[in-house]
Design a protein. Sequence first.
Length: 121
Amino acid sequence: MKSSYDNNVPIYIQIMEEMKIMIVSNHMKAGDKVASVRDLAQSFGVNPNTMQRALAELERENLLYSERTSGRFITTDEGLIMNLREEMAQDEMKRFLEYMKKIGYDLHDIIEKMKEVEKGE
């Protein structure tokens, strides 16, 4: 999964963000069983306690749920997943637009630049 982590952000938060991306991009589908803490910790290259904290927080946000004898699963609430996807896109677009405006682009220039990038220029 992730090979290096930003030292300025707690690792469990970075894992949460990575898992959210996997959920909203459908790499982890609604209702799918989540691998064990130990397996995920190994995949992410972290301590199982760190992984457990990330999973617990995702449960708190209702993106995961536990079944006592069966393990953890991705939420089946498609609306929650779509809302998270929209929220993540909005946040990223705001950051991008703020940065582009900071370096001197107006909205028209930004749109033109995006078209150029899309075409591979």
